[in-house]
Design a protein around this ligand. Structure first.
Ligand code: HPA
Length: 273
């Protein structure tokens, strides 16, 4: 067995010793969106630190635990906090918790994040459903020996964000009268915010939003055959598009101001799955 697969299967075994709960849906909670965890009827919480191969996060606003429970009668596993490539882990290590959710049974996974708006029509507080991504500037989580039991060496990336989940997300948004933008998410490594010139590049390449997390997670999950959905909360206009300096505090502030809207949308979305 491949070393990475062995590491993951060991963690699966540990989780299964703690609970027989099989989640159907996985949700990664991005910056400031942790409030959704309170809505879950909790079965069990497992801190990442008790699964030693999982990377742990050091970023304020990012808790580090899996939450198992039910949300709108659906069996869910939530990632309360994620780690980012810029924290120093390899791309493969960064996606371990997401892969673990899939191995524990989650066949549909929603990735949420805070992102900077590149599309000039986006304003802070907007929600953008991710329809595709640009990950060419970040290392692939699939680099190295392929895990054949997960997926092919050369996986197709033309339908990473499941069309059927996209329809459900749109349905959820329109039933709640929540405006939902759609667009392309481009991942940068961070931790520095992008320069204005990089944002002009991103725009030229067709990006609508930029962030530091989601595309590599989507790649790893899509490789495993998981149906992926992606939702960005636009917390700021990207560098050079406004006079405001960028800061993590601003990202967190806008995220918490808009958290209710995002949480309502996610709950409705889950109820439709
Ligand atoms: N750039 C990258 N990541 C982000 C941003 C941004 O402007 N805002 C929130 N996350």
């Amino acid at each position: 067995m491949n070393e990475e697969e062995r590491i993951l299967m060991e963690e699966v075994k540990k989780v299964k010793e703690l609970t027989s709960f099989t989640p159907e849906i996985g949700i990664v909670l991005g910056s400031g969106l942790g409030g959704l965890a309170e809505e879950v009827k909790k079965v069990l919480e497992i801190p990442y630190s008790s699964l030693p191969s999982l990377p742990t996060s050091s970023i304020p606003g990012h808790k580090g635990a899996f939450l198992f429970g039910t949300l709108r009668e659906k069996k869910v596993i939530l990632m309360e906090g994620r780690v980012h490539y810029y924290e120093g882990y390899s791309a493969k290590e960064v996606v371990r918790p997401e892969r673990l959710m899939a191995l524990l049974g989650a066949k549909k996974i929603l990735l949420t994040n805070a992102a900077g708006g590149v599309n000039e029509s986006f304003v802070p507080g907007d929600l953008m459903m991710i329809v595709d991504h640009i990950a060419s500037l970040v290392p692939s989580p699939l680099r190295g020996e392929n895990i054949d039991s997960f997926g092919p060496r050369f996986p197709d990336m033309s339908g990473v964000y499941s069309p059927s989940l996209q329809r459900k997300m749109k349905e959820a948004a329109s039933s709640l009268s929540i405006p939902l933008k759609t667009g392309i998410y481009m991942q940068f490594t961070g931790p520095q915010f992008e320069s204005p010139a990089e944002i002009r590049m991103a725009k030229t390449l067709g990006a609508d939003a930029v962030g530091m997390s989601t595309a590599i997670e989507a790649i790893a999950l899509s490789h495993m055959g998981v149906d992926v959905a992606g939702l960005s909360l636009i917390t700021n206009k990207a560098a050079g598009l406004s006079k405001e300096p960028l800061s993590h505090e601003e990202v967190q502030e806008i995220a918490s101001l808009s958290a209710n809207k995002m949480e309502a949308l996610v709950k409705k979305f889950v109820s439709l799955l």
